[in-house]
Write a protein that binds this ligand. Structure first.
Ligand code: GAL
Length: 376
């Protein structure tokens, strides 16, 4: 009898959550298309207490859209992405993706761990980028609707087999998205491996606070709580140096429009064709300290970033070139989106002086990153 009552209350709660007939937070699930191998993909809409929506797909555990108000309450979808699963499978640029096992580049696709050299697929000139061609962004994840602290939440899990893309160890990864009442999208990551391996996960969401497809991001005023970057060579691999940025076009301690200095003839801006660099955060892994923000003056929309990670890749969409059409049918041109990718430093496995990205057998990798939206 007790069990029956429990089952009935569970069914009632699920019905409320899924049918959306309640007021307040809810999650709905719909079909998002099919992959080439015939697998069905889903899309989940998380609605918070205020009625604002975030959409996430289980294909690559991607953020598909975030709709937030401007200072007058006008909504816009502030993330770049495609209309359906087919778009993402054929597309490029890692829009909204979870990236792993190793976000950003590993030089020559090689690293040595416990005296064994591992070789990864090269998918970016002479380097390995974002976990390789079949990295986590291109995998179908399991999705489970949960509620976390009374907020709508989606828990995505993926099992990465031993030696997938050349990385040692069976790895189990969990990414949980939680959409809070104050428009903060919290991303909690966990990973374990049955062999020593490396792990550096991130989310590659591109923001345009004017709304996706509405031009470039050069007017966005950016703040990054960092005193140094890890400069890169011409293949965008860190040289190993930690370069102080005070007085350079990379100094974003005071919020500055991206376009103000991006055209300067500063060596790292020329190498990156704009900003495409890992900033060494001052936040000491403290998720309660503001790590970065962007403010778009016309709409007043603002995104704040908080993270447990030691670095943020600030990327100004320098590889976008108008050949990708977004979900509303508009092309994504040069610098039409910006990314704040919370991460360990690029190529850490080949730079012992960088914070380690090693995940030891039996240990747990954890990360929390929050993107919080306001309008001023
Ligand atoms: C960024 C990286 C860029 C570029 C981009 C994807 O994380 O820093 O150099 O590869 O991803 O197009």
């Amino acid at each position: 009898m007790k069990n029956l009552i429990r089952l009935a209350s569970f069914l009632l709660l699920s019905a409320i959550l899924f049918t959306g007939c309640s007021k307040g937070p809810k999650i709905t699930k719909e079909n998002f298309g099919k992959l080439k191998d015939g697998k069905e993909v889903s899309i989940f809409t998380l609605v918070n207490e205020k009625g604002f929506k975030v959409r996430i797909t289980n294909y690559g555990a991607k953020i598909v859209s975030i709709e937030v108000p401007d200072r007058n309450g006008k909504l816009a979808d502030v993330t770049l992405g495609y209309k359906n699963a087919e778009g993402y499978e054929a597309g490029d640029h890692y829009f909204g993706s979870i990236v792993g096992r190793y976000a950003n580049r590993i030089a020559k696709g090689k690293f040595t761990l416990d005296s064994v050299e591992y070789k990864l697929a090269l998918n970016n000139g002479s380097n390995s980028l974002h976990g390789g061609p079949t990295g986590f962004h291109s995998q179908l994840w399991n999705a489970e609707v949960i509620t976390k602290d009374n907020y709508p939440s989606l828990k995505l899990t993926y099992h990465s087999p031993d030696m997938q893309e050349g990385y040692p160890g069976n790895m189990d990864v969990t990414v949980t998205y939680t959409w809070t009442a104050d428009n903060a999208l919290k991303i909690d990551y966990e990973a374990t491996s049955d062999k020593n391996t490396v792990c550096n996960l991130t989310n590659h969401v591109y923001f345009n606070l004017k709304g996706e497809g509405n031009g470039d991001i050069l007017d966005h005023q950016v703040m990054i709580n960092a005193d140094a970057i890890t400069p890169v060579d011409t293949t965008l691999i860190p040289t190993g140096e930690l370069r102080p940025i005070k007085g350079t076009p990379f100094d974003f301690l005071t919020a500055t429009a991206i376009g103000k200095r991006i055209g300067e003839k500063y060596d790292q801006l020329l190498t990156g064709n704009g900003y495409d660099h890992n900033f060494v955060l001052n936040t000491k892994n403290d998720v309660s300290v503001l790590a970065a923000s962007a403010y778009e003056p016309a709409s007043g929309r603002t995104v704040e970033v908080y993270t447990t990670e030691p670095g943020i890749q600030f990327y100004t969409g320098n590889f976008l070139k108008g050949d990708q059409t977004g979900k509303a049918g508009k092309p994504y041109n040069f610098r039409n989106g910006l990314c704040f990718e919370a991460q360990k430093f690029p190529d850490s496995p080949n730079h012992p002086a960088f914070p380690t990205a090693e995940l030891k057998k039996g240990d747990k990798y954890t990360q929390t990153t929050i993107y919080k939206f306001t309008a001023k």
